[in-house]
Write a protein that binds this ligand. Structure first.
Ligand SMILES: [Fe+2]
Ligand SMILES: [Fe+2]
Length: 187
């Protein structure tokens, strides 16, 4: 079956490769922290990202969407650079920028859901919902780690993410069920 929606096709290709960048980045992040619990938690997040990559690929395969070589190379490099940088930029920044990135990724999966709905396709609601919610859980984990840091107010001002600002409208404490989750990320 052909997926007649260029924006959605591109979003899928990009997400597939960006999940690899995230997984690479978390390898460096987990490697660079000293705390055992943090290492384990970040390693679990890395596994989540590899799973997302698999799930996105399954959707792409349903529509014979090829993997983008360009995105694969680009995000390979990005992931490796971030991974290496985790060892030299201190403790705070890897947590901060991971959380900020996750915050933005949440809506990518709900945007895909909106695009699929515009084509009358609801088959992927559950998997997209689960991926979006998982990214939200990642965001919350990173925010929890840094929310009391003295550096946060400054970073929040400059980079527009923190306890008072984010890039999605999901609240894990009162989340919508999957059937209503297309209301997320409408703005
Ligand atoms: Fe992910
Ligand atoms: Fe994530």
């Amino acid at each position: 079956m052909h997926l007649n929606h260029p924006e959605l096709v591109d979003l899928l290709k990009k997400a597939y490769s960006a999940e690899k960048a995230a997984a690479f980045a978390y390898q460096g992040h987990a490697g660079s922290v000293k705390d055992k619990e943090e290492k384990v938690a970040i390693y679990q997040i890395e596994i989540d990202e590899w799973n997302h990559r698999k799930e996105v690929l399954q959707i792409m395969n349903d529509f014979d969407i090829p993997i983008s070589k360009w995105y694969e190379v680009k995000f390979h490099i990005i992931g490796k650079v971030i991974s290496g940088s985790c060892y030299v930029i201190g403790w705070f920044m890897p947590f901060y920028f991971a959380g900020r990135l996750e915050s933005g990724n949440v809506c990518e999966y709900f945007r895909m859901m909106h695009f699929f709905h515009s084509l009358g396709i609801t088959k992927y609601d559950q998997v997209l919902y689960e991926m979006g919610i998982k990214e939200k859980e990642h965001e919350v984990y990173f925010l929890e780690k840094i929310k009391n840091s003295k550096l946060l107010p400054f970073f929040e001002k400059v980079f527009s993410w923190g306890t008072g600002k984010g890039f999605n409208d999901i609240d894990l404490d009162k989340k919508y069920p999957v059937e209503q989750s297309n209301q997320y990320c409408k703005k």
